[in-house]
Design a protein. Structure first.
Length: 143
């Protein structure tokens, strides 16, 4: 079963070792960078380890400030890709934002050149918006 768990002293090192190979390294921030960002912006950022049963399979960081709900960094480790776990984990993140924060719209910033991510989020119902910032296009899902 896929679930989100708080990053803590028991799982943070496992999260550091997660690796998602992508066409371009800039497409996915490292877990280390994302945790540092979450620490700095602690009021509005929620980082989680993604678990399948008791195994860490991925990482997600979500922005929850100003009623602007975003999945800002999402990765599934290479060893667990191509098994449908990413889709299940993304749906879990969406449900978390809906149930915990009452999100009616969820956004995902995706690099303009990252076609794989655009197809992934598109299959989940996200559509392109007109909002482009710093080389990222925001895809949005209305709940």
């Amino acid at each position: 079963m896929i679930e989100l768990r708080t990053i803590n002293e028991e799982n943070y090192e496992q999260c550091f070792h997660l690796k998602a190979s992508v066409e371009n390294e800039s497409f996915v921030d490292s877990v280390t960078y994302s945790l540092a960002e979450a620490w700095v912006f602690y009021k509005d950022t929620r980082p989680f380890a993604i678990y399948d049963d008791d195994k860490v399979i991925g990482f997600v960081s979500m922005y929850v400030g100003e009623e602007n709900y975003q999945i800002i960094n999402f990765l599934i480790d290479d060893a667990f890709q191509k098994k449908g776990l990413g889709t299940k984990a993304a749906k879990t993140c969406i449900q978390f934002l809906k149930h915990e924060y009452g999100a009616k719209i969820v956004s995902v910033p995706v690099e303009l050149k990252n076609m794989v991510a655009q197809r992934f989020w598109g299959k989940l119902g996200f559509v392109f918006s007109d909002n482009v910032e710093d080389g990222y296009i925001f895809m949005r899902l209305t709940l």
